[in-house]
Design a protein around this ligand. Structure first.
Ligand code: ZN
Length: 177
């Protein structure tokens, strides 16, 4: 918008945005961060589930979105609107951060000591929905590069572990071709 005053977001003391090795952009530690440090609030527009579904219908999207955070059974936070740098923190299967819900707020905290320059990640814990197939897990695929990487950001229950084995098998098969 021409002439409109740009609102500057204050620089976060702990975090800096860079190109990510994992996925697109990522958030990195600006300095050493001690375990337990509250890093940033996950902000955005609060919307109801119906509005969230209207905005992001996965089947119609070639790539799933990652800016929607489920606050509770009725409300989501859409960081695509009014979100800060926290929306670029990627999922990790071996996370160094954790997302806490405290009342109506979502906070990202350091789960362990983090070295300056490390990429930050937390466990997205996408719900495993009944009837999910290996294809669904691939759609929500993960390539975080950690040795514990399960290949998907979906939180797969123990009873469905066979899907993870199949996911790994397919990934290995693809890597060979
Ligand atoms: Zn992973």
């Amino acid at each position: 918008m021409a002439g409109a005053a740009r609102k500057r977001t204050p620089r976060n003391r702990w975090l800096v945005l860079r190109r990510s090795k994992i996925h697109g952009r990522g958030v990195y530690a600006r300095t050493d961060i001690p375990k337990g440090t509250r890093l940033i609030e996950y902000t955005g527009e609060r919307i109801g589930n119906a509005e969230a579904d209207r905005r992001y219908e996965d089947d119609k999207m070639r790539q799933h979105h990652t800016f929607l955070f489920i606050l509770n059974s009725r409300t989501c936070v859409d960081a695509a609107v009014g979100g800060n740098i926290s929306r670029f923190i990627n999922h990790s299967c071996d996370p160094n951060c954790v997302a806490w819900i405290e009342g109506q707020h979502i906070w990202i905290e350091a789960l362990r000591d983090i070295k300056a320059g490390d990429e930050l990640g937390y466990e997205y814990e996408y719900d495993f929905l009944p009837g999910y197939t290996v294809e669904d897990l691939e759609f929500y695929g993960c390539d975080c590069g950690s040795r514990k990487c399960r290949g998907t950001i979906v939180d797969v229950p123990r009873s469905q572990r066979h899907l993870l084995r199949e996911l790994k098998r397919r990934k290995r098969a693809r890597a060979r071709t």
